[in-house]
Design a protein around this ligand. Structure first.
Ligand SMILES: [Zn+2]
Length: 143
């Protein structure tokens, strides 16, 4: 049986039925960072706490990745099987902007300011058959 492992520790709560992005917040000035940082980039304090950033945000800006990225990008894709995907920044409650892969891959499916939902998805399979999981955002379904 294969496991589902996060692509990096500390990016999101995992395993979880309702995963949350994880960041850090400075004890001194409340600056929030993603990914979590041991030192505050605003005031230099070394006291930061890991905090949940939530699982929803709004699309701040985006583009379409139309060619396979160079290393360290490491997926199961090849130049032949690569499919374009959206990439952008999602602003989380509290203001931190998170660079993320996006589900939509066509410009007319993406709009600045649209509400986005976090998803944890399989990215590739490692040498022991475990699934390596990453995160992306997809548009929140219209009510
Ligand atoms: Zn600080």
């Amino acid at each position: 049986m294969s496991n589902q492992l996060p692509i990096h520790e500390g990016l999101f709560t995992w395993p979880s039925t309702k995963p949350q992005l994880l960041g850090s917040r400075c004890v001194n000035c409340a600056e929030t960072a993603f990914p979590a940082q041991p030192d505050c980039r605003n005031c230099g304090s070394r006291e930061t706490n890991i905090v949940e950033l939530g699982d929803r945000g709004t699309l701040w800006t985006w583009t379409i990745q139309t060619f396979m990225p160079k290393a360290p990008y490491h997926s199961d894709e090849t130049a032949e099987t690569f499919k374009p995907y959206g990439v952008g920044y999602v602003e989380m409650p509290g203001g931190v902007r998170v660079e993320s892969r996006l589900l939509p891959s066509k410009p007319d499916e993406l709009k600045i300011g649209m509400p986005m939902q976090l998803e944890i998805i399989p990215f590739r399979t490692n040498h022991t058959g475990d699934q390596i999981m990453t995160f992306r955002f997809s548009p929140v379904a219209e009510a």
